[in-house]
Design a protein around this ligand. Structure first.
Ligand code: DAH
Length: 369
């Protein structure tokens, strides 16, 4: 059959010798036992059971042995590799178990720890009051619109029929941005959003416009240079002052309670004609404090009525400035103070509380959304 094995290599014989195999196996077992982590064990597996490990290399040498020795050598290598394989498996299981135990300890969540100690805060009552006021009109089908706080004088005054020499335009009342020449002001009321709405929306228009307004007032108990208004505007065919009264009436009842009366007193605004101041019956004493012999009422200072804001029928000049045909359309508008509403609705007596940002003031109002 085959010629005598001439390329007999004593080194390879050594690799397959029982002592050498034992040594390789014991080294492997020692390394496996010494592996402290799963990563270590991965390296050990490569070195002692991988394709280039001493036992794998020895296995390849079997073919070089004389046939008589092959079975014996094969058995020895098989036994050594089996022992290494089992040890690897056992150590793998041990290390996985250790890791699992460690993860359980390290990543423990103490479900008994209190979870609600971080203060939740509150929304500012001016924000929630403003939203509530707008919501009453949204329920009547109005949309909410917004405009810029830095406003062109034209929108803030001219388009609203303020004459060029109107006293409200002076620096006594109005914050000009830069100098008076820039034509830019911090809007003194939300009424310019009426103009923006009419210029940008198709008719009919039913919008409420909440937002910040600015005037050169000193901060005191009842004034602030920054305050908030809710503007309202309805422009449609055939609207009359009766619709205005109805709208305001629904607002008052929606905001303060059913059955409360409203009254209009004649007034003047350049952008409405006729114009009125609107009052509501005091929701605490319902007017009783103003009757002879009535108990005094703090909410309305025993007036029986609470002033809400201004309103009126949109001046045709404003409609014309906005490109609306006053022969066909008419409109009504109003402007209500948000701070005022918060003050008497919740008995807030000092404007400072609303601007200072002390959470002890806002927290009792809660997280109303
Ligand atoms: N803009 C007025 C102000 O700030 C309030 C006002 C009055 C608004 C009458 C209106 C209105 O829309 O019709 O004092």
């Amino acid at each position: 059959m085959s010629a005598p094995n001439k390329s007999y290599d004593p080194v390879e014989v050594t690799a397959l010798s029982p002592q050498e195999l034992e040594r390789a196996r014991d080294e492997a077992l020692a390394a496996i036992a010494a592996a402290g982590t799963l990563d270590d064990l991965k390296q050990v597996r490569l070195a002692h059971a991988g394709d280039r490990s001493p036992l794998a290399l020895a296995n390849r040498e079997i073919g070089a042995l004389p046939p008589a020795g092959r079975a014996e050598a094969g058995k020895r290598i098989g036994a050594a590799r089996g022992a290494v394989g089992q040890a690897l498996k056992a150590r793998q299981a041990e290390l996985e178990d250790e890791r699992d135990q460690r993860v359980l300890v390290e990543e423990t969540v103490d479900v008994t720890l209190p979870w609600d100690r971080a203060p939740r805060g509150a929304r500012h009552p001016l924000t929630t009051t403003q939203e509530r006021m707008a919501d009453v009109f949204v329920s009547m089908g109005f949309e909410v619109a917004e405009g810029p706080e830095v406003e062109a004088e034209w929108f803030n005054f001219d388009a609203l029929n303020f004459t060029p020499d109107h006293p409200a335009r002076t620096m006594q009342d109005t914050f000009f941005v830069g100098s008076e020449e820039t034509g830019l002001v911090m809007r003194t009321h939300t009424s310019p959003v009426q103009v923006r709405s009419l210029l940008s929306r198709p008719l009919p228009v039913y919008v409420v416009m909440p937002g910040k307004t600015f005037r050169t007032d000193e901060l005191d108990a009842t004034h602030s240079p920054v305050f908030h208004q809710l503007e309202g505007l309805a422009v449609d065919e055939g609207l009359t002052m009766a619709d205005l009264r109805g709208g305001i009436g629904v607002f008052v009842e929606g905001m303060f309670g059913e059955g409360l009366k409203t009254r209009f007193r004649p007034s003047y605004f350049p952008f409405t004609e006729p114009s009125a101041e609107v009052d509501m019956q005091c929701f605490v004493c319902r007017g009783a404090s103003a009757e002879p012999g009535g108990d005094p009422c703090r909410t309305c200072s025993s007036e029986g009525w609470i002033e809400l804001g201004g309103c009126g029928m949109v001046n045709p000049r404003v409609l014309v400035a906005c490109g609306v045909d006053p022969e066909r359309y008419s409109g009504w508008a109003f402007g209500l103070g948000v701070e005022r509403t918060l003050m008497f609705r919740h008995g807030v007596e000092d404007m400072h509380d609303m601007v200072e940002g002390d959470v002890r003031f806002t927290l009792p109002f809660g997280m109303e959304i």
